[in-house]
Design a protein around this ligand. Structure first.
Ligand code: CA2
Length: 149
């Protein structure tokens, strides 16, 4: 049995579907979890899907993923733009990391243009709403499959 894909979500993403639908859509985080799990299953992977509003908890999950995950998908939420701790934790992960965002952070406010996750990610998928996660699962599964060949 292969290791699962960890999908980690940062602050306020638990509010998805309830506010700001013009930016983030109407899909809830639970729906996104289901979409990610279905896509992963098609590639033969299970998903560990989590959300936290706490930076340290996200760091602990990234450290856990070092040992237990086949790869990591992360939407760091606002910590994307600020967290050296999450950057450092991801640097220590040997499995592939894909950064994901619902919105296109590069067409939004200037403070969202810089990501501390991007330099330690294999690639980024931004701007496709909930479908960003499905695309990220596809991309990560391909990376894991290629590495196993
Ligand atoms: O576009 C993304 O996925 C973001 O990571 C979402 C973060 C934001 O800080 C990043 O710059 C881009 C915010 C998530 C908050 O989501 C909410 C959803 C509904 C209501 C309020 C916040």
């Amino acid at each position: 049995m292969s290791k699962p894909i960890y999908v980690l979500n940062g602050p306020n993403l638990n509010l998805l579907g309830s506010r700001e639908p013009e930016i983030y859509g109407r899909t809830t985080l639970a729906d996104i979890g289901d979409m990610a799990a279905a896509e992963a299953k098609a590639h033969g992977f299970e998903v560990v899907f989590r959300q936290s509003n706490h930076e340290g908890e996200l760091v602990e999950w990234i450290q856990e993923a070092r040992l237990k995950a086949a790869g990591v998908i992360i939407n760091g939420g606002a910590y994307t733009h600020t967290s050296v701790a999450i950057h450092d934790a991801l640097r220590a992960v040997d499995v592939p990391v894909v950064e994901v965002h619902l919105s296109n952070i590069f067409t939004r406010e200037e403070f969202r243009h810089r990501s501390l996750i991007s330099p330690v990610a294999k690639g980024l998928i931004v701007g496709f709403g909930a479908n960003s996660y499905v695309l990220a699962v596809d991309a990560l599964a391909s990376l894991i499959e290629e590495a196993a060949e």
